[in-house]
Design a protein around this ligand. Structure first.
Ligand code: NAP
Ligand code: GDD
Length: 325
């Protein structure tokens, strides 16, 4: 892929994906939105990305998912061979507080980008970051590409709409449009208000005597947690396939929030039970009890599989927090 456009380049996945694409010699363009601070931590703090920006191999363009004309202008200007659509409001609990904004950015934003591609760059390959949240409380385990869709929060409902649009544009307009049905994937670049980063950060700060406790909503839910670096490899494999299709990207293994706490605090020589406080402020109106993905289609057809085991993921996140202190 010669020229790639990424929406959400300032996010966790966007920054890893940009690094990976640049390392294989591509030209990368990213969509950024206006904000009061120019500092973009995940881009500025990665030497390879800073160097690529200085050399002009990585370019940023202002646009917003709520603004069709800006998306159309970027697509026309860049003429990308591939577009990875990763942007949107992606926090499940916040989607209950901002349901309309979530529907607009995550749902309609996808429609606006697909239209920009259909009208301005119809040969561009399009990837949507869909989510395991589309299955809601799943009716089967593990969840695969054929598991029924039954969203239980506004974020998941918006992603179901987005996923359906990808399927419609593939079928009706012949676009090379694909989706990765992504299960939770984490890293030291994860947003600080997602549970893994929150726990890793707290474990490090408590070990250094900077804090004493962390407040969590619940320890019970189980998630299929993988490493974001593995996941962005899978995204590229999906767009490099011969035909457009949708794939589950997951580890196939599930752990509880409590498991994550236990491993993270063990790494810093502490017992999580002395430091975790359950706090209803962080609980959700409804929550999925367990996710576990079946990544066998991605392995069979693309040769992709998650390579980073759970304990290694927790360790690399906690160690990154300790280094940052
Ligand atoms: P993230 O770190 O929250 O990044 C979200 C990105 O979207 C940021 O670059 C953000 O820009 C951008 N964005 C948000 N609203 C926008 C708007 N209105 N216009 C333009 N850009 C906007 O998310 P992530 O963890 O990298 O996830 C990437 C994608 O994968 C998301 O679509 C998410 O729903 C999906 N996904 C993630 C996971 C996971 O476990 N990480 C699992 C399943 C699916 P700012 O930096 O300006 O805020
Ligand atoms: N964020 C958060 N904060 N979650 C908490 C907390 C807390 O203090 N305490 C317990 N949890 C529980 C949540 O209720 C949920 O069951 C689990 O920890 C994971 O929460 P998050 O890390 O916020 O992730 P998520 O599973 O809701 O959503 C993430 O993964 C999805 C893929 O399944 C996000 O990245 C979504 O964008 C993504 O689609």
């Amino acid at each position: 892929m010669k020229r790639t456009l990424i929406s959400g380049i300032t996010g966790q996945d966007g920054s890893y994906l940009a690094e990976s694409l640049l390392a294989s010699g591509g030209e990368v363009h990213g969509i950024v939105r206006q904000s009061s601070l120019l500092q973009r931590t995940r881009l500025d703090s990665v030497p390879a990305l800073a160097a690529a920006r200085a050399e002009g191999r990585l370019r940023l363009h202002y646009a917003d998912l709520s603004d069709s004309s800006s998306l159309q202008a970027v697509v026309r200007q860049v003429e990308p061979d591939a577009l990875f659509h990763l942007a949107g409001q992606s926090h499940v609990k916040i989607s209950f507080e901002l349901p309309e904004y979530t529907a607009d950015s995550t749902g309609l934003g996808t429609l606006r980008l697909l239209e920009a591609v259909r009208q301005g760059a119809p040969r561009c390959r399009f990837f949507l970051a869909a989510t395991s949240e589309i299955f809601g409380e799943p009716v089967e385990s593990p969840q695969s590409e054929t598991t029924p869709l039954a969203p239980i929060n506004p974020y998941a409902a918006a992603k179901v709409y987005a996923l359906n649009l990808v399927r419609i544009y593939r079928r009706a307009h012949g676009l090379f449009a694909c989706a990765g049905i992504l299960f939770n994937h984490e890293s030291p670049r994860r947003g600080e208000n997602y549970v893994t980063r929150k726990i890793a950060r707290a474990a490090a700060r408590i070990a250094k005597g900077l804090e004493t406790h962390v407040h969590l909503g619940t320890l019970v839910p189980r998630r299929d947690w993988g490493y974001a670096v593995d996941t962005v490899e899978g995204m590229q494999a999906i767009l490099n396939a011969e035909a457009p299709d949708d794939y589950v990207l997951a580890t196939g293994v599930t752990h509880s929030v409590e498991d994550f706490c236990a491993v993270a605090f063990r790494i810093v020589g502490r017992d999580f039970r002395e430091h975790v406080i359950l706090d209803s402020e962080y609980a959700r109106p409804v929550d999925i009890t367990e996710t576990r993905g079946d990544p066998s289609k991605a392995y069979r057809e693309l040769g992709w599989r998650a390579r980073t085991p759970f304990e290694e993921l927790v360790r690399l996140m906690v160690e990154a927090e300790l280094r940052a202190l």
